[in-house]
Each structure stands twice: as C-alpha cells, then as structure tokens.
Design a protein around this ligand. Structure first.
Ligand SMILES: Nc1ncnc2c1ncn2[C@@H]1O[C@H](COP(=O)(O)OP(=O)(O)OP(=O)(O)O)[C@@H](O)[C@H]1O
Ligand SMILES: [Mg+2]
Length: 364
C-alpha cells in the first residue's frame, strides 16, 4: 500500500501556528495515532495529508511521490471527518455509495463494492434505512464504510469514535484495529484520548502546540516518555511528578523527594551525576508504587488522604510533605482514609526529567 512522509510541514492561521515544522514517517501498513489535547494541531495535520489544507512550508510524500501540490481527489485517500458528517436525507446505501457515484463508478460495480463493505462492517441489514433511523454506533460504521469503499491508499480518520459511549467505544477500537490489519492500509487516526491510542495504534505521535513531542510504539511512549508532557498525557491515573534534588552521600548518588532519600539504579546514576543542576523532577506511575503495612528501608510513611474504589482497582491519594501522591492498588487491599502505610518507590520504576512545570525533558 503506502508510506507517508511529512517533511517540515508548517501551517498557520493568522497569528496561530497550528502545525510547526512537523516531520514524520508513517511506514506502509501502519496505524499511526495523532494524539494530543484540543487545539494541538491534529486535524490540521490530517487535512494537510488529505490535501484539504495547503502548508505554508514543507512537503507531503506518498511512497516516492511528492503530493504536496495535488488536489485531494488525486491523492486516493479515504477520509472520515470529526463528527463524521453523513448525508441525513440519504439512505445508508446511498451514503456509502456516494464517493463512488461522484467518481463515476458504474452502477453494477458500485452495488457490488457497497455490499462487500457493508458485509465486512456488519451493516448489510441496514442498507435500506435512512441514516437517522440507525444508532450512533451504526452511523459510525456507515461513515467508516464510506471511507473504505473507495479502496484508498491511505485512511485518515479524525476522532472516529469520540461520540460513542464507553462500551461501544472500546468495541470500535478493537474493530478499527482488526479492520485496518485485515485491509493492510496505512491509516492515521486522530484522537485526544490516550486509551484510543494505546489500544489501536502501532505508532503514536503525541502533539502539543503543533509540535510532535514524541513518536513511538505504545510501549515506548508509556515506558519511556520523552518529557513530562508525554508522561502526564499517557497513562491513567496520570504519572506522579515530584520535585526532587540529586544528592550524594557516602559516594552513592540518590535523590531526595517526599522528604526521603530514594535510591536510584546504576543506569541512571550516570546521567544524573552529569546533570548541571541539582533539582530534578521524579516521575512514578501510580501502579508502580507498592503499599506495605510495615516499615522498611527507604519506605515512605504516609496516611491515606482519599480512597476511591473503582471495582477492579482502588485509587489512593496520599499527602506527603505538601505533595500529592496517587497510588493504584488491587481491590483486595482495603485501606481507610487516615490509615498509615509504608510506600515503596522502587528505583527501577522511577523516571527522571529536567525540572520545571512545563514539559521538562527526560534525563534518564
Ligand atoms: N480554519 C482555521 N482558521 C483559524 N484557526 C484555525 C483554523 N483551523 C484550525 N485553527 C487553529 O489551529 C489550532 C489547531 O487546530 P486543530 O483543529 O488542528 O486542532 P485539533 O488538535 O484537531 O483540536 P481538537 O481536538 O479540538 O479537534 C487551533 O488553535 C485552532 O483554533
Ligand atoms: Mg480536531
């Protein structure tokens, strides 16, 4: 199918820089998720790939062809927009067939292709209905069918499941992933929900203010976030980020955080000792912290400030030395608010970032 390469793309709207010097390569057959908060430039990036928006600078390539100047209809992309805009007065069948009709595909072939796609998405029983007589999840699949029926070289889906309820959403994530693997089509999915990205994507590009903060597999961005913005954006509950200072005692490097000295691994003592400033931000995921009933070397004593049971897990909040620490635990451990426990922050689970409130880069 197709490999997409974006080279130094930029697009501004008046004073607003929507996309800034963006370079990305999307390998053939890959599902890439553009993930970021509202206004970070995701839709603009997708529109630049589709040709619906012209860049102020930079290039778009499809395989070995530069397509920056091509009209949208000559790019062979299947697009599904944010809100998925079906034609309300048309039937399901006519909605799906529309892009083929516009292109002058003969009636016979059109019918065959629509039937094929409808079967694939399990909406073949709905073809005769009006799109307002089907559920939101079915409308969603009609919109997908309309993109697929064109047999595009590239799928561009903008927030394809953001309007669905939680159950349908999780089914559709799996569905989109299955379909994409089956068709083998290079696909870009836009989402602001990290769960979508972690569940569907081969690669995730996390955007902020028009800039890609990190490009990596779901595991890479979860396990080694490149800065504190990514660290907080991926994973739920969010990663704890704590102010800390690097300290040396008896020749051993460690960090002081939450009023305690935390040990660090061999692997990070190098980069930490090379840091130019003693202050650093320590990151730890809520599920990486272990809760003990008894004291132990390096354990942080803390009282439960808040306990929020969520069925399959409990989210605890601790207040320690003026810092808030979130810890996720098994539901079996039932702690009451005010109860005192001993928290273990294991060296191998700690992340280190440059200090500062906004986007400090990963040190180790
Ligand atoms: N046609 C336009 N005219 C003016 N400003 C625009 C236009 N399109 C986008 N912008 C601005 O560019 C920035 C990026 O917008 P974009 O739609 O790409 O964000 P997004 O990441 O898709 O956000 P959302 O998650 O809310 O859909 C925003 O500040 C937006 O207001
Ligand atoms: Mg958008």
């Amino acid at each position: 199918m197709s490999r997409v390469t974006l080279k130094h793309l930029s697009r501004s709207f008046g004073p607003v820089v929507a996309v800034r010097d963006l370079s990305l390569e999307i390998p053939d057959g890959t599902l890439l998720c553009l993930l970021g908060p509202s206004g970070s430039g995701k839709t603009t990036t997708l529109r630049l790939i589709a040709g619906l928006e012209r860049p102020d600078g930079g290039e778009v390539w499809l395989d070995d062809d530069e397509i920056t100047g091509l009209e949208p209809r000559d790019r062979h992309v299947g697009v599904m927009f944010q809100g998925y805009a079906l034609y309300p007065q048309m039937s399901v069948l006519d909605n799906i067939a529309y892009p083929l009709k516009v292109r002058g595909t003969p009636r016979g072939e059109r019918d065959i292709r629509v039937a094929e796609v409808a079967r694939l998405l399990e909406i073949d029983g709905l073809l005769g209905r009006g799109v307002q007589q089907i559920s939101g999840g079915q409308q969603q699949r009609v919109a997908l069918a309309r993109a697929i029926v064109q047999r595009p070289r590239l799928f561009l889906l903008d927030e394809p499941i953001s309007n669905l309820d939680a159950v349908l959403r999780s089914t559709m994530r799996a569905e989109i992933r299955r379909l994409q693997k089956m068709l083998g089509a290079t696909t870009v999915v836009v989402s602001h929900d990290q769960l979508d990205a972690l569940a569907m994507a081969d690669l995730i590009a996390i955007m902020k203010d028009g800039v890609v903060q990190q490009l990596g597999t779901p595991d890479e961005v979860y396990d080694r976030p490149s800065n504190t913005f990514v660290a907080r954006f991926i994973g739920e509950p969010q990663m704890n980020l704590l102010p800390a200072t690097i300290e040396r005692s008896d020749g051993q490097l460690g960090v002081r955080a939450l009023g305690h000295r935390l040990a660090v691994t061999e692997a990070v003592s190098g980069p930490l000792s090379a840091a130019t400033r003693p202050d650093v931000t320590v990151g730890v995921r809520p599920r990486a912290v272990r809760i003990h009933r008894s004291a132990g070397e390096g354990r942080v004593v803390a009282a439960v400030y808040l306990a929020a049971p969520e069925g399959s897990r409990v989210i605890y909040q601790f207040q320690i030395e003026g810092e808030r620490l979130t810890v996720e635990s098994e539901p079996e451990l039932r702690l009451n608010e005010g109860e005192e426990v001993h928290l273990e922050l294991r060296p191998e689970t700690l992340h280190f970032f440059a200090p500062g409130s906004d986007g400090g880069a990963r040190i180790a």
